[in-house]
Design a protein around this ligand. Structure first.
Ligand code: SF4
Ligand code: SF4
Length: 170
């Protein structure tokens, strides 16, 4: 396993660079240069060469996924529980959005010692696609980047890489 990601250090870096990166993303979204999708994909690919989620786990420790009912049903069945038993034990529904979420952190399925998801094959789609480094609409992408910049080291690195990759076109 790679060296443990120093999440606190990443968070400090994110807060320090927050304004600069927000201004950069705003400018990039406004300009929307040709080839931006490709550059975003390149930034993402380069990010995953540096960041290993198994050496971090901050999302599983501090955030909650959004569960689809079908995902709850599927995992509950695998665990020999009913939907209601699973829901009552671990979940709640957010009033404002109707989203089904974990009611506490760290996630009940996170193995903190080994940094692994114990239900990996049946984890929610939201977990499988987090931190959502690619959205078709770059304005949506900026919202996601901004929300996760201080929570997810991979997001910070991806934005920094994008800044570097676009420095000659902005
Ligand atoms: S289900 Fe797995 S991947 Fe998703 S938050 Fe829980 S431990 Fe992490
Ligand atoms: S997605 Fe981000 S917060 Fe989650 S484990 Fe990977 S780097 Fe850490």
């Amino acid at each position: 396993m790679q060296e443990k990601v120093n999440v606190a250090q990443f968070r400090r870096r994110a807060y320090r660079k927050k304004k600069v990166l927000a201004a950069f993303l705003k400018k990039l979204a406004k300009k929307n240069p040709k080839g931006l999708t490709k550059l975003t994909a390149q930034a993402e690919a380069e990010t995953w060469k540096e960041i290993n989620c198994q050496s971090c786990g901050n999302c599983c420790m501090t955030m909650t996924p959004t569960w689809k009912k079908s995902e709850v049903k599927r995992l509950a069945a695998r665990l020999g529980m009913t939907y209601d038993e699973f829901y009552d034990k671990w979940l709640y529904t957010e009033e404002s959005t109707g989203d089904i979420m974990n009611d506490s952190t760290p996630c009940q399925f996170f193995d903190q010692k080994n940094g692994l998801c114990t239900v990996y094959e049946l984890r929610p789609h939201d977990c499988a696609t987090f931190p959502h480094l690619y959205r078709k609409d770059f304005k949506d992408q900026v919202e996601v980047y901004t929300a996760n910049l201080h929570r997810c080291p991979a997001t910070l690195v991806a934005v920094e890489k994008l800044q570097e990759l676009t420095k000659n076109i902005l």
